[in-house]
Design a protein around this ligand. Structure first.
Ligand SMILES: [Ca+2]
Length: 313
């Protein structure tokens, strides 16, 4: 009797032994599965130190936008247009319930390269060109993170930020971040640097007739910089540069003794902001220029000008 019962117990024990490594194997497989899931992450979204990770499948679960778009380099060479499908950047921003209505973004590439986007650019307010590189105007395009180019999810530069619509808009290649792995959002603006202003006209220390600098004044005159007949034929001209904004993102205002003279307009031919300073007045004025970028950073530049004009506006 005794020997008969031992055999089944021994058999049962022998059967149990392989179960131990089998259980370990199950855990190993589970770890591998988890690692694979993490390495499937193609995009991280960051806002206020909160990170969210997305696989391609996750991105494809968003509402998809399909449109056409090409890019133009500063050299003038055009790539595309191609057909892109992807997710609106604003849809990605909305993944954070606390995202304010006004936000900016930094796109980070796999090599660490970054591109900063203003809220205007995220809303598609960027210059659109035709296939010849001629400016057509600002806006009318959607900014998306493209999950496919011409139907291919494994395209060169994936995943790119692109600007598309139903036509064939061409936009600045400098805004087409490629190999993007992370989008970091900021409340308001990440741009805290004011524009830089260079006064081109009037020319300091010159006598101007109707705005045209004629000759250098000698120091015993009424003022170093003199404007006779206002700045009409040649307006007040300034050069403004900004770390983030192009001219369409900049506003410039001309003041005389803190009284607003006018808004200055960008002249794409000489790439200067211009504004006439006209109307009857006589005396020494502080001419002041105030420039503001799209993030609200303000710069000022001023010049003392002896001004005389008797012609009405
Ligand atoms: Ca700036």
């Amino acid at each position: 009797m005794c020997r008969k019962t031992i055999l089944p117990i021994t058999l049962m024990f022998m059967m149990l032994v392989p179960l131990v490594p089998a259980t370990t194997m199950t855990y190993d497989s589970f770890d591998t599965l988890q690692t694979e899931t993490l390495s499937n992450t193609i995009l991280t979204l960051t806002y206020n130190d909160e990170h969210k990770e997305y696989s391609l499948e996750d991105l494809l679960a968003f509402d998809q936008i399909t449109g056409n778009g090409g890019r133009i380099k500063s050299s003038g060479s055009v790539s595309g247009p191609y057909t892109y499908t992807g997710v609106l950047i604003s849809s990605l921003a909305n993944e954070f319930s606390t995202m304010p209505s006004h936000y900016s973004m930094v796109a980070i590439a796999d090599d660490g390269y970054t591109i900063t986007y203003t809220s205007d650019e995220i809303a598609g307010e960027t210059m659109v060109y035709d296939s010849e590189g001629n400016e057509l105007g600002v806006g009318g395009v959607s900014m998306i993170l493209a999950t496919s180019e011409d139907g291919d999810t494994d395209y060169s530069g994936a995943y790119r930020i692109v600007f598309v619509n139903d036509n064939e808009p061409i936009t600045d290649a400098s805004l087409w971040a490629k190999y993007v792995i992370e989008l970091e959002f900021f409340e308001g603006s990440s741009d805290t640097t004011a524009p830089e202003i260079t006064i081109v006209n009037p020319v300091e220390g010159y006598f101007h007739f109707s705005g045209i600098p004629l000759f250098e004044t000698s120091t015993d005159l009424i003022g170093d910089t003199m404007g006779f007949g206002g700045f009409r034929v040649r307006p007040v001209q300034i050069e403004i540069t900004d770390d983030v904004d192009g001219p369409e993102g900049i506003t410039a205002t001309l003041y005389a003794d803190d009284i607003k003279e006018r808004d200055m307009a960008y002249n794409s031919e000489n790439e200067l902001f211009e504004g006439k300073w006209i109307g009857p007045a006589l005396g020494t004025f502080t001419m002041k220029i105030v420039a503001e970028d799209s993030s609200g950073n303000i710069a000022e530049a001023s010049m003392t000008v002896w001004y005389f004009c008797f012609v009405p506006e």
